[in-house]
Write a protein that binds this ligand. Structure first.
Ligand code: URA
Length: 433
């Protein structure tokens, strides 16, 4: 079977077989098929699409290209969660201990942040002593004992995806639904959980800009999960403005602790309960979602969830006192109020720009090599739908230097105002099973 014949078949819009896809991905991973042929293949997929079966075969071929994590020594139904990424997205910090506190095992691999979105691993590392590198044995022992462990990505997971993603980036083929869906799901499936809950975000701060595209991506990922024997549920959520009020690292941990203590932002709590409720049902803790959500709300209010967070932090070498006393988390030297030059109702807040402003303060990385400053970040005082007077505080910058000019300009440009009244946006738009 020649690579060119597979490219031609796809270019003609025909459905590829499992063998053809396996041969192509294997050949690319081991270097037998060159980048120029794979580029042509990716462009053919971009224009002709893939069926549900082809997308599942592609995902499976990427999973088989590298290591697969074996979680079989962990008791129970392991449920993973994935977010397509956003600004101020601290949901993993909340959901993982919340779900663990009802006995569902969470064995999670998380990433670092790059650009305008932060990573769960960076946020956890803002806690003194927290270790994201565990041996496989420690990882399994921690999940069996505490029902939760979160580690950084390691091992040789989905090398085909790494190569393909780099090539897509330079060939204009990133924004193809089958290619995005297979890329995300290959990593989740190789990570070994039995069931997956996906938070598919759309809006200015997300990969998918429209609700329609987010639904298409969610359906493709749920289809892959079902084809490959992992129960998968996708929640479509809004990312047209940052999630919650805090953007950074230590300050996001602080906001997560507030939610885990039952005293958090209402919208953020609602998103977390929806994600966690679906995870708890997939993990077998409850038989239906409404019951799960009600019970999880009670757990937040009872103090059990924040206690589980402390136990989890201590189990990975972190200082648990910082969970009980969040004001002891890293704090910046300066807290500067950013005042509005305009008045009116907040119409939009461009999430990506807020993420960039936080990065300029040092909370994120411009390149992979950059160090981040855990103490710095942004607290949003005004969100979509709020009324603002001229000179009122829009946000507070937590910074370790005084020259905040560029970040301030970026933050101010993120806001648009209107004199019409604006309703706060709905956060949860659909659940796809
Ligand atoms: N995230 C991924 O992991 N892969 C994509 O293709 C897009 C976003």
């Amino acid at each position: 079977m020649r690579a060119v014949d597979i490219i031609l078949k796809k270019r003609h819009g025909k459905e590829l077989t499992k063998e053809e896809i396996d041969t192509f991905i294997k050949g690319y991973t081991n270097g037998d098929i060159p980048d120029y042929q794979v580029s042509a293949f990716l462009m053919a997929v971009y224009f002709k699409g893939m069926t549900k079966e082809e997308t599942a075969h592609l995902t499976n071929a990427m999973v088989k290209s590298g290591d697969e994590i074996d979680l079989s020594k962990i008791e129970g139904i392991k449920v993973d969660k994935h977010s397509t990424g956003g600004v101020g997205d601290k949901t993993s910090l909340i959901i993982a201990p919340l779900v663990a506190s009802v006995g569902v095992p969470v064995a999670k691999m998380s990433g670092r942040g790059l650009g305008h979105t932060g990573g769960t691993v960076d946020k956890l590392e803002s806690i003194e002593g927290f270790q994201v590198e565990l041996t496989t044995q420690q990882f399994i022992e921690n999940v069996n004992r505490h029902k939760i462990a979160v580690v950084g990505q390691s091992g040789n997971l989905t090398p085909a995806d790494k190569k393909l993603y780099a090539l897509r980036d330079v060939t204009g083929t990133v924004d193809s639904i089958p290619l995005i869906a297979s890329s995300i799901m290959s990593k989740k499936i190789a990570s070994g959980s039995n069931a997956i809950v996906l938070d598919v975000k759309f809006g200015s701060g997300a990969f998918m800009k429209t609700l329609e595209d987010a639904k298409a991506l969610a359906s493709a990922m749920v289809g892959i999960g079902n084809e490959l024997g992992r129960q998968t549920v996708a929640i479509i959520t809004d990312m047209d403005q940052p999630l919650g009020h805090e953007i950074g690292n230590a300050n996001e941990v602080q906001e997560a602790i507030a939610v885990l203590s039952g005293k958090g932002d209402k919208d953020l709590t609602e998103v977390c309960l929806t994600l966690a409720g679906n995870m708890a049902v997939l993990g077998g803790a409850y038989s239906d979602f409404d019951e799960a959500k009600r019970e999880l709300q009670k757990i937040l209010e009872s103090g059990k969830a924040v206690e589980k967070m402390r136990e989890f932090v201590e189990s990975q070498g972190g200082n648990g006192n910082q969970i009980t006393n969040p004001e002891t988390l890293p704090q910046a030297k300066y807290h500067m109020e950013i005042k509005s030059d305009e008045e009116g109702n907040v119409q939009t807040i461009d999430a990506e720009s807020v993420g960039i402003a936080a990065m300029l303060l040092g909370a994120g990385r411009k390149t992979k090599e950059d160090n981040i400053d855990y103490a710095v970040g942004i607290t949003l005082k005004k969100k979509v739908g709020d009324i603002v007077a001229k000179g009122e505080t829009l946000a507070v910058f937590h910074a370790n230097f005084e020259d905040i000019g560029e970040a301030e300009k970026t933050l101010k440009n993120a806001y648009t105002f209107t004199n019409q009244s604006v309703e706060a946006p709905k956060l949860i738009h659909d659940i796809i099973k």
